[in-house]
Design a protein around this ligand. Structure first.
Ligand code: GDP
Ligand code: IMO
Ligand code: MG
Length: 421
């Protein structure tokens, strides 16, 4: 184990929470570095299900130090709610969680602006999680955002008032509902009381941990194709979800990173709008019929398609993925044939990359290689050789097509449903 960045290699919900939980057994520090409560990372500990939105999944292992880095946008009220939910389930959250003083805050007007922007886009709406993520990052980039440290300052009410005024002007212009200052002030003051001891200089904390030789795990949120630069713009989220984001979002430099792991499902899913070239009703009906592929944050049915190796290959390049973890293999157990998109065909020509122009991407036809299924339950497999031969061949092909080493296979949501080939 070393310092590892873990990213989603597809479009989010790849099973990062499950893989992080498995890897956390040997990590000292788990760090979130981008995104916010738009993330929903599911972890099962025995029969107990946890869905983490802002808090690193390492929190479920008592001794792990969890850090919400400077690159995350934090809704303090949602964070306190998440802490309380965990505490109700017997998870201790205190000294083991630290939040960057530099992390920007999500405020109620961000959520309102998010909803408003989506409404105005009509049919072209992104299908955001409505957690206010885009508007919060917009304020950060516009240099008008409020940071966690502002919550602790004496002049916080003044700063908040200024921002509420500005945002309400914008909301009115967009036909949205203005927000009221007083309840926000009161609610955020309550959250500040709970969070005050947790808000620190996390850059210092992380560098002290590096000096002590501690092992770090950077928990990516969303997926590579939701990246603001590299994703299917504008159907993306507002942060860098790819490996570089882990460094800027934590203050840990690239030369302290030892390995990048890309998590990918054995098929593809997407929640919200935007292109999904391999989308397929057969596989969607199959998975939804099993009660699978409903969003962990919004409960929306996820769109489903075949594995797209064009996407994972490009993700491997952009992130520098050394190893892949393939999850949800068991979702394909009952299929007699399984398709994998190896490349696209565009106007009769072969295309090996995802075009930036969405009209071009829409014109791309996925070219499939068909694999024989294994028609056998894989969820009880615990070793590589327990897997049916066809499943092993399928997994090897995914790794080869993606251009990275296969390091982990997941055959169920539980910790022990994990195979290290
Ligand atoms: P994340 O956002 O990447 O952490 O993924 P989500 O938690 O949103 O969605 C992944 C879903 O798949 C969750 O319900 C997990 O419990 C579940 N899961 C993860 N790996 C496996 C697996 O190998 N098999 C099955 N059946 N479910 C899995
Ligand atoms: P995890 O970490 C899947 C999607 C939304 C929408 C787009 C923009 O659980 O993998 P946003 O609210 O971020 O402005 O929405 O991004 N999205 C996700 N899809 N998993 C996620 O996180 C996502 N976070 C955002 O559905 O299409
Ligand atoms: Mg998720």
């Amino acid at each position: 184990m070393a310092n590892i960045i873990l990213v989603g290699a597809q479009l989010g919900d790849e099973g990062k929470g499950k893989v992080i939980d498995v890897l956390t057994e040997r990590a000292d520090v788990v760090v979130r570095t981008q995104g916010g409560s738009n993330a929903g990372h599911t972890v099962f500990v025995g029969p107990q299900k946890y869905v983490l939105h802002l808090i690193p999944s390492g929190i479920l292992r008592g001794k792990t130090q969890c850090v919400i880095g400077n690159g995350v946008v934090v809704d303090p009220v949602a964070l306190v709610r998440e802490i309380q939910d965990l505490e109700r389930l017997g998870v201790r959250v205190n000294g083991n969680l630290r939040i960057s003083e530099k992390a920007h805050m999500v405020l109620p007007y961000h959520r309102e602006l998010d909803a408003c922007a989506e409404k105005l886009k009509g049919k072209q709406s992104i299908g955001t999680t409505r957690r206010g993520i885009g508007p919060a990052y917009a304020d950060k980039i516009s240099r008008t955002g409020l940071r966690m440290l502002d919550l602790l300052r004496r002049d916080w009410p003044l700063r908040l008032r200024e921002q509420v005024r500005a945002s309400n002007r914008l909301l009115r212009a967009l036909g949205g509902k203005p927000v009221s200052l007083a309840p926000i002030e009161a609610e955020y003051r309550r959250a500040a009381r709970r969070l005050r001891p947790l808000i620190v200089d996390t850059v210092q904390l992380l560098h002290d941990a590096l000096d002590e030789g501690k092992q770090m795990l950077f928990e990516g949120a969303q997926g590579s194709y939701l990246d603001i630069d590299h994703g299917t713009y504008p159907y993306v989220t507002s942060s860098n979800t790819t490996a570089g984001g882990a460094c800027t979002g934590s203050g840990v430099p690239p030369n302290r990173i030892d390995k990048v792991i890309g998590v990918m499902k054995a098929y593809t899913t997407r929640v919200g709008g935007g292109p999904l070239p391999t989308e397929d009703a057969t596989i969607a009906d199959l998975l939804h019929g099993m009660g699978r592929e409903f969003g962990a944050t919004t409960g929306r049915a996820r769109r489903c398609g075949w594995f797209d190796a064009v996407v994972t290959r490009q993700a491997a390049r952009i992130n520098g993925i050394d190893e892949i973890a393939v999850t949800n293999l068991d979702g394909l157990d009952t299929l007699s044939e399984i398709k994998v998109c190896t490349h696209y065909a565009l106007a009769g020509r072969r295309l090996d990359r995802v075009p930036a122009d969405l009209d071009q991407l829409a014109a791309c036809k996925p070219v499939y290689r068909v694999f024989p299924g294994w028609s056998k339950d894989t969820s009880t497999a615990r070793r590589w050789n327990d897997l049916p031969r066809n499943a092993r061949a399928y997994l090897k092909a995914l790794a080869q097509l993606s251009g990275a080493h296969l390091a982990m296979v997941s055959v169920g949501p539980a910790r022990d449903q994990t195979i290290l080939p």
